[in-house]
Design a protein around this ligand. Structure first.
Ligand code: DDH
Length: 304
């Protein structure tokens, strides 16, 4: 069932949505003080279900509003991101959830010091659960390079693009009650940078088994630990990597890209902007004017 087509949004309407998103990023009582990282993960998990062979999944549809996708354990915690955006949807009801979630991510990345990312709208929202992709298409952090290729080749990404996308782990943190993993990748997880790649290469990561039995890799920055203790902080300086992050170091095709992105922030920003834009477009077919061409998995959207 198609939703009623609305008029194409004007640039001023889109700017108003972006401005509302910018205003909600500052969240002093949430995580590291910003809604940004979890908004980025929301867009990534919305898009990262894409399967090129069957042309199913992807950021169109906003299927996470339904239990079948939203209740997937891989999406645990993303209800916070969706809740942060509810007031924006209420203030700008013309925008679809699928467009809002993706636009919020590019707005957040830019606001956190990252590159400007090309974004195009016209996504539609599924009106029932029938087109929600099956669970199990998102990556499992406990695995390695072979798994990364299995997941990301399915979407149509190359080895270079897998490494560039992984640089998003400059942002945010792991939450024991969501994924089982604990901690953040970099010291300033609300600032977009190439620090993740620098740390991967520079530090002596040690395997650590959490009380839950989950295995991850950690590094303790002694200087920062001392500062943390002085300030009464606990484990302030323990940084982490997932087994999948570590596989970028040990795999001979991934590693050269880790090295290049660690050395060259501009190159990383350029490649990240390109690949994140590609991620958000998976499964969305446009004509020469950028308007969405209706296909089986695309319902009718805005009319220009
Ligand atoms: Fe990720 N990610 N991600 N990730 N991710 C987690 C958090 C965040 C994997 C696993 C995890 C990407 C790729 C991978 C972000 C963005 C991106 C967490 C912790 C796990 C686990 C969740 C929690 O406990 O709250 C794995 C595995 C992969 C992979 O195989 C490559 C990509 C491609 C992106 C992207 O945006 C392009 C962000 C941001 C976060 C931080 C979320 C937060 O709440 O903070």
């Amino acid at each position: 069932m198609a939703q009623t087509p609305a008029a194409a949004p004007t640039a001023a309407q889109l700017d108003a949505v972006k401005s509302s998103v910018r205003k909600l990023l500052h969240q002093p009582d949430y995580d590291d003080g910003s809604a940004g990282p979890v908004l980025v993960r929301l867009a990534w998990h919305a898009a990262g279900t894409y399967c090129a062979e069957t042309n199913t999944g992807g950021s169109n549809g906003a299927g996470m509003r339904y239990e079948a996708e939203g209740g997937d354990p891989a999406n645990a915690g993303l209800q916070h991101a969706r809740a942060f955006l509810e007031p924006v949807k209420a203030a700008h009801p013309w925008i679809t959830y699928a467009d809002l979630w993706t636009l919020a991510a590019v707005t957040a990345i830019e606001e956190m010091g990252g590159p400007a990312i090309h974004w195009a709208g016209d996504r539609t929202d599924f009106t029932d659960e029938s087109k929600v992709p099956p669970r199990g298409r998102l990556p499992d952090g406990a695995q390695g390079a072979e798994h990364l290729r299995f997941i990301f080749y399915r979407m149509g990404f190359s080895d270079q693009e897998i490494v560039a996308l992984s640089g998003a782990h400059n942002l945010g943190r792991c939450h024991g009650d969501r994924s089982g993993f604990e901690g953040k990748w970099v010291n300033n997880p609300t600032r977009f940078s190439n620090q993740y790649f620098k740390l991967l290469l520079a530090n002596d990561w040690k395997k650590k088994t959490l009380e839950s039995g989950v295995e991850q890799f950690v590094f303790v920055d002694e200087d920062l630990a001392a500062e943390g203790e002085e300030e009464g902080g606990e484990k302030a300086a323990e940084l982490m990597m997932l087994p999948t992050d570590m596989s970028l170091l040990s795999d001979k095709a991934f590693r050269p890209w880790v090295e290049r992105y660690a050395q060259d922030k501009d190159l990383f920003f350029e490649h990240f902007a390109k690949v994140f834009a590609k991620l958000l477009e998976l499964g969305i077919k446009r004509d020469a004017n950028g308007n969405v061409v209706n296909e089986e998995n695309v319902e009718e959207g805005y009319k220009s």
